[in-house]
Design a binder for this molecule. Structure first.
Ligand SMILES: [Zn+2]
Length: 133
């Protein structure tokens, strides 16, 4: 049985796309970590902790919660992107895990870590909805 595979040019294109998205997410996490350690260390007078002085207790908590949520979703994204990178090396990147068909390029350009084609994704969503009932 012939296995489907993306062309070398496409693989190269998506490898670079995944790499740049990974880098972006990591830079983002780093910047938040820096910001948080500065905010925790500096108690007064510093421009970098300006936001902490402006915010009252309540919105400060909201800000922290929001940051934690953002961090969580970025980490999740990094996990998915690393997974996509592994599939790229294994040669099954861009192939739907359910039906084994190609995932459209347009979909991969938006979500390079997609593991299902649009049809299968919809079927999965449908299944989830039915299970909830
Ligand atoms: Zn599919």
């Amino acid at each position: 049985m012939a296995k489907k595979k993306l062309s070398a040019e496409k693989l190269k294109f998506f490898e670079e796309l995944i790499r740049s998205e990974l880098k972006e997410s990591m830079t983002y996490i780093e910047s938040i970590n820096k910001e948080q350690s500065v905010g925790a260390r500096e108690s007064s007078g510093d421009l970098s902790s300006y936001a902490y002085h402006q915010a009252d207790q309540g919105s400060d908590t909201n800000y922290m919660e929001h940051t934690v949520m953002m961090l969580e979703s970025e980490r999740e994204k990094i996990r998915k992107l690393s997974d996509a990178m592994r599939r790229l090396q294994e040669g099954n990147f861009g192939i739907c895990e359910m039906c084994g068909d190609f995932i459209p390029d347009t979909r991969l350009q938006i979500i390079p870590y997609a593991t299902l084609c649009i049809e299968c994704e919809e079927k999965m969503e449908d299944k989830k909805r039915k299970q909830k009932r």
